[in-house]
Design a protein around this ligand. Sequence first.
Ligand code: ZN
Length: 73
Amino acid sequence: MKIKCPKCKKVAELSPDFSLVSCKSCNLEMSYGEYVKFIAHNDVTYSDILGDYTGSTEGQTAGSLDDWDSQSG
Ligand SMILES: [Zn+2]
């Protein structure tokens, strides 16, 4: 399905099984889990999406978001 690319803000594609996010505009390619963390770190308005995803894993990924700052530049 079509989703908003977290990197270039254009249209990215989410695979039907929610396993992979890819954007042809900026060659972004990441897992959906990475995508959720990426947008959570960069745009708090996506918190609605996170409700379903992080419900059972909340707290387990704390401390890892800072890594994105050095990887996404
Ligand atoms: Zn993109």
